[in-house]
Design a protein around this ligand. Structure first.
Ligand SMILES: *Cc1c(COP(=O)(O)O)cnc(C)c1O
Ligand code: SF4
Length: 350
């Protein structure tokens, strides 16, 4: 029996996926859109389209195909070397104690800067019952893994029963202590976070959820309701932002975003330097921009609002935190520059 379509599934079904339709909706030239869509998937759901109409460029550029996606010769298909770090399909085991488990190829919107642009939302990302089974088998026979990141695609695009089945299997593996979900749905389709979903997720604690907001205009009342539902279900919420050229690469935007997230009970976790993903070179900012933003946050605003700025090293080296340098000299007496630029000292212990 086919389940009735829920409101969020209905909305998702009304997404724009064709370049001609998008061109008509936003009054754009269809030819360049079509060329990009032939190579990379596009999906803009009615909720995010509404935000684009209201706020323009910073949201439009995250969602609308750009011809520069096709002319990038600097970046790589698989910058994090995920395919070679996958012992079974769709499971990336890079760090000793944790693994990234990809359980769906679909998202509520296809972000133009996606790290897995090479395959997300396309037939190149093959996720089946069988690959999920293989992933679970690998986790069962690899007890060193204590923390599993369930991602994709976007795991919250699965229906509640399918998601609960996967989480249930993970919970039956005693060596897995923590499960994290990575989902952009609270930002891109917050109505997916139903009361029923929150009740379902609650059964699988300790469960964490990291979401992905990139701009304060995405912090809508609907997004706040979605986060409140998850937080009320006892799920600690984190956020991963990608630093994007011309979209959020200034201190005021990042500060407003981080404070807005805190007010929604979401703790800023990472601020990422854009990965070197083919088709996304035009989104990259110099690392110095991120470091300058961090210098203007640290000490100047609540430490709770300050994320870790990190680069995910090409080739699979892992996430490398980058901090502005406060240490002037290290020895019997340490000399620092504080957040206001004043020199401070500390007498070192022997
Ligand atoms: C980001 C990532 C993790 C998690 O890293 P944390 O720093 O613990 O959040 C784990 N596995 C892979 C493959 C990742 O890319
Ligand atoms: S939601 Fe995440 S996985 Fe999906 S397209 Fe956006 S960045 Fe990629």
């Amino acid at each position: 029996m086919k389940r009735p379509t829920t409101r969020w599934q209905h909305l998702l079904g009304q997404s724009i996926t064709s370049p001609t339709e998008l061109a008509a909706e936003l009054d754009l030239d269809p030819a360049p859109l079509a060329a990009v869509c032939a190579r990379f998937p596009m999906r803009i759901n009615p909720y995010y389209l509404g935000l684009i109409r209201e706020h323009g460029a910073p949201l439009l550029r995250q969602a609308v195909p750009d011809p520069r996606e096709l002319t990038d010769t600097t970046c790589f298909e698989d910058p994090l070397n995920e395919e070679n770090l996958s012992p079974v399909p769709n499971l990336v085991h890079k760090y000793p104690d944790r693994a990234l488990f990809l359980v769906t190829s679909r998202c509520a919107m296809y972000c133009r800067f996606c790290t897995r642009k090479r395959k997300v939302g396309t037939a190149r990302m093959r996720i089946t019952r069988e690959t999920v089974r293989q992933g679970l088998d690998y986790l069962r026979r690899t007890p060193a893994i204590r923390d599993v990141l369930v991602s994709g695609g976007d795991p919250l695009l699965l229906d509640d029963d399918t998601l609960a089945a996967i989480l249930g299997e993970l919970r039956r593996i005693k060596s897995i202590e923590i499960v994290r979900i990575g989902s952009r749905v609270p930002c891109t389709l917050p109505m997916r976070v139903t009361a029923q979903l929150a009740r379902t997720l609650k059964k699988f604690h300790p469960l964490y959820l990291n979401t992905h907001f990139n701009h304060p205009a995405e912090l809508t009342p609907a997004a706040a309701r979605a986060c409140a539902r998850l937080a009320d279900a006892g799920i600690p919420l984190g956020n991963q932002t990608v630093l994007l050229r011309g979209i959020n690469d200034d201190t005021a935007t990042i500060r407003d975003l981080m404070f807005g997230l805190l007010k929604m009970r979401v703790k800023p976790y990472y601020l990422f330097q854009t990965d070197m993903t083919r088709g996304t070179d035009h989104f990259r900012t110099p690392v110095e921009t991120g470091l300058a933003i961090m210098r203007e946050l640290i000490g100047h605003c609540s430490g709770m609002a300050v994320p870790t700025f990190a680069v995910d090293a090409p080739g699979g080296g892992g996430k490398i935190p980058m901090q502005p340098d406060y240490l002037q000299s290290l020895g019997r007496t340490l000399t620092f520059t504080n957040y206001l630029g004043l020199t401070c000292t500390y007498h070192n212990a022997a």
